[in-house]
Ligand binder design. Sequence first.
Ligand SMILES: [Ca+2]
Length: 123
Amino acid sequence: MTPTPSPSPTVAVVGFSSATYTAIEAGAPVTITISRTGDLDSDVAVSYRTSSTTASARDYTGANGTVVFSPGETAKTFTIQAFRDGDQQDETIDLTLSDLTGNAVFGHETAVLTVMDIDGVVH
Ligand SMILES: [Ca+2]
């Protein structure tokens, strides 16, 4: 008798590589990675965007766009640059994924980038 294949349906898991990131104000741009694990055989697209309730728009270079994982691809990146703003407090930037298409589910759908303040540092 023919063994019945037991299909184990795999899906891609797409999300930020971490739930938290850290950048230093006026430091090097921070690279944010969107990773894809699980099913690597299909095309998967996802959109990303940055927003913030504590940092104003001129405090960092926001990013938004759509990335497409081709078969075999496991990581996509974008960068954010935080600027010195004169405020003496750490600020956070929210990273959000949306519009996931293809055979995929979300991992870390959101993440938080903390920008470490340098204005309040006592030298
Ligand atoms: Ca500051």
